[in-house]
Design a protein around this ligand. Structure first.
Ligand SMILES: [Zn+2]
Length: 259
């Protein structure tokens, strides 16, 4: 993980979330802080199509510093969060099914399993508007609603998930979607039986460590590669004993892999 540049990491982050169903046509975007700037996916392509050529660099006021192509209208979501939260190094904004459905209901995330514990200090909610977030003022309002939380649920819209690194932000976005799916299913069985706050705190300390996230990140990259969704340049650079064989085993000719 440590030998990946931020740009390489961002390409993987987009493809991981694309593989995991977080895409909404060409919508949804992920960014990473790079010094005084932000690198993010450009508009007009899907998450799983992102390459290093489709990244744009903006300053924290949203001005283009580098990169080609249209900028997402909601880039202000990212720049506002980075201005307000120096601890945040990566931002995911997507419209995944369960997280978006959860935002449409007056309910809360319950501490029903290990996934939920990642969010033991609660979620933030933004319900000023369900509009696209396109102005600096709207971006600032979302960042204020986020406060010091990991996630802000944008009612009628989607979610914004932060991380101290890109792998953490991606992992949190995937985990949020997973626990809300589990909570949705659990409710159909009967009344929820959440764990105590004390238990949630114990599980959090045991489960959510940087070294585990590193392992999960490496695994997710292997999964993307096996699914034939790795960026073409990455496949070319890797020895055939790793991704090359996996891609062949998956039954894809290399030129057919990128969709
Ligand atoms: Zn959006």
């Amino acid at each position: 993980m440590s030998d990946q540049s931020l740009r390489e990491q961002l390409v993987w982050a987009c493809r991981i979330l694309g593989m995991e169903g977080h895409g909404d046509y060409t919508l949804g975007h992920i960014s990473v802080r790079d010094g005084d700037n932000v690198i993010m996916k450009r508009n007009g392509i899907g998450l799983e199509e992102v390459t290093q050529d489709s990244l744009v660099t903006l300053d924290l006021d949203g001005n283009r510093v580098a990169g080609e192509g249209p900028i997402h209208l909601e880039a202000v979501l990212h720049t506002a969060v980075y201005r307000k939260r120096p601890d945040v190094q990566a931002v995911v904004h997507t419209h995944p099914i369960y997280s978006t459905a959860f935002g449409a209901v007056d309910t809360k995330l319950e501490m029903i399993n290990h996934d939920a514990v990642l969010f033991y200090d609660g979620l933030a909610y933004f319900d000023d508007t369900a509009e696209l977030i396109m102005t600096r003022e709207q971006g600032d309002a979302v960042a204020s609603a986020l406060g010091d939380k990991r996630v802000v649920v944008l009612r009628g819209h989607g979610v914004l998930v932060t991380g101290k690194t890109l792998p953490w932000a991606v992992y949190a976005a995937l985990t949020l979607e997973r626990v809300l799916q589990i909570q949705s299913i659990a409710r159909t069985f009967g009344d929820l039986k959440p764990m105590s706050d004390e238990m949630a705190s114990t599980v959090y300390q045991d489960k959510y460590r940087d070294e585990f996230i590193g392992n999960y990140w490496s695994y997710l990259i292997r999964q993307v590669t096996r699914a034939g969704m790795a960026p073409e340049d990455e496949r070319a650079q890797r020895p055939s004993t790793t991704s090359g064989e996996s891609v062949e085993r998956a039954g894809h000719a290399p030129e057919q892999v990128i969709v």
